[in-house]
Write a protein of this length. Sequence first.
Length: 447
Amino acid sequence: MTSDTLLLLYALGAVIALIALIARFKLHPFIALVVVSLTMGVAAGMAPAAAVKAFQDGVGNTLGFIAVVVGLGTMLGKMMAESGAATRIATTLIELFGERRVHWAIMIVAFIVGIPVFFQVGFVLLVPLVFTIARRTGMSLVKIGIPLVAGLSVVHGMLPPHPAAMLAVSAYNADVGLTILYGLIVGLPTAALAGPIFATWISPRIILPAENPLARQLEGESGRQGMPGFGISVFTVLIPVILMLLASASDTVLDPASLLRSALHFVGSPIVALLLALLFSFWSLRRPRLFTRDEVMKFCNDCLGPTATILLVIGAGGGFNQVLVQSGVGRAIADLSPALHVSPLILAWSVAALMRVATGSATVAMTTAAGIVAPIAIATPGANAELLVLATGAGSLVLSHVNDAGFWLIKEFFNMTVPQTLKTWTVAETIIGVAGLGFTILLSLAL
């Protein structure tokens, strides 16, 4: 047995052990992730100190971005909830689409909002709407929430200007405009299958606890009296989206040395954009309800408590991811790929899927697969660069599980067990991966 095969077996064993410790033996996910990560590193041949350092670096790298995003996004969500803005938006959506189709509305909103923002940013911006709509309609949180994450996930993996998609565009020398056009053609039916259609089927089969601490914090409770208007509510939540879109647009229309471009990139970075939206909400959402400054600060303090466990678990998931990468699991998969003799679309999807399952990171999966497949695609007559980006992105989303920080984000916010998260989020991500590839192949036949 080769060392690479042994590494892959260790990785598989680590994933199985992690699921068993949490689901079967009821060990806290944070503790289980720490134990399995360090054990996996040492078993794979890393020095104990190196395994600890890799885990520590993974936690730091993950939380360096996500902790700030979740903190600012949760405060913004709390302001939307307490002011009645979330209720106003939810009520308007229900009136426009009807209760029976509101989960379709959420998917479309997520798809639009998710184009310029990171998955985590879009999620914390929109999850208060999910909690509010679920409470007001009596629908399952799963039926509303899965369309949200499906819409966000599709655009995160397949559409520029997301960083991994942009790197794949560069690697394959694809046209950005065509990639976005093809991504919309492929992404919308993919999100529909993995979102509203799958959610309608799975939601009766998933029974969530009646008590959800985060839902209680973020769902709107206000009556219609004194609520902010629909326009100002939507504008407040879209401020980060607008700023990020302007930052992306500046790359194509402004000179690289332009001060305006630098300024737009600063205010369009996810953390600054969320901070500006939060500060704006202190005026736009506080004024109609006549909240005092002390009340606003109390909202901000109160909503952060439930995020502590979420952040610890997400950070530990990032640590597990880093141990897998530094132990050589990703390299082992990459070394196996050139031996495969298949269509570039299938190869790009397969390599990205293997990297996704092994490392848990869609970004790592997409960028690594693009680097491996690009030279092969260049040498293959008739290979469509834009479709290769989509196939790689679809593969990078498949089978999210316990080594993915997004897995724990969804689990903790929706208060699901590990098996429930596997049945909902993991299956939805796998539908996105498989359907995304299928629609990409169909589009290739049409082109």
